[in-house]
Design a protein around this ligand. Structure first.
Ligand code: AMP
Length: 191
């Protein structure tokens, strides 16, 4: 399977759909958020640095994130295909991903963009706060994460467009998890 970059705002379903894609196509999964939460739980130096940024709704600095990503990617067998969930989130991260994959003679693959209206996202994240108790799923931090997404991450969609990798799926057109997945799978079956 080709590499897949799953892209969208907080709460757009990146983690949920990644799990389904992994189940169907049997590829690797890198959630940078999960990697960072694991480091926090384990009480590592990296976790201590990451916690301040995450609790505040801010992005971890690019240099740090890029090193973490490369180290995590190299744990998967070469050529298996990996789904990148939550990375890249900035243009320098996207450039670094492109360089890292080129150095390994691997393709960038495709980008799957999830578009969901902000009121739906907010409702989902507040619900996740109750179900999963994530420290950054409170209304103040969620609003900061939306700002960070609009300012630093959303412009990346154009970057992927120029790379010819962008494929967009809109919740309003497929308003259920199953309908979104059908549309995403129908596309992924063709790559
Ligand atoms: P997520 O689980 O993808 O929503 O990520 C949770 C938090 O982890 C984000 O709000 C950031 O603070 C941090 N994070 C995850 N991925 C990245 C990344 N690629 N670059 C910078 N920070 C990240």
């Amino acid at each position: 399977m080709k590499n897949i970059i799953i892209f969208g705002a907080p709460g757009s379903g990146k983690g949920t759909y990644s799990e389904e894609i992994v189940k169907k196509y049997g590829m690797g999964h890198i959630s940078t958020g999960d990697v960072l939460r694991g480091e926090i739980k384990a009480g590592t130096e990296l976790g201590k640095i990451a916690k301040g940024f995450i609790d505040n709704g801010q992005l971890i600095p690019d240099e740090l994130m890029i090193d973490i990503l490369a180290a995590t990617y190299d744990k998967f067998p070469a050529g298996q295909g990996v789904i990148f969930d939550g990375f890249p989130r900035t243009i320098p991260q996207a450039e670094a991903l492109k360089k890292m994959l080129a150095e390994r003679n691997h393709e960038m693959g495709v980008m799957v963009e999830l578009i969901v209206a902000e009121d739906v996202l907010m409702a989902r994240l507040l619900n996740r706060a109750i179900e999963q108790g994530r420290a950054d799923d409170n209304e103040v931090t969620i609003k900061k994460r939306f700002d960070v997404y609009h300012n630093q991450t959303a412009p990346l969609a154009e970057w992927f467009e120029k790379e010819g990798m962008r494929h967009t799926f809109v919740w309003a057109e497929h308003p259920s998890k199953e309908a979104m997945l059908d549309a995403i799978f129908a596309y992924l079956d063709t790559i």
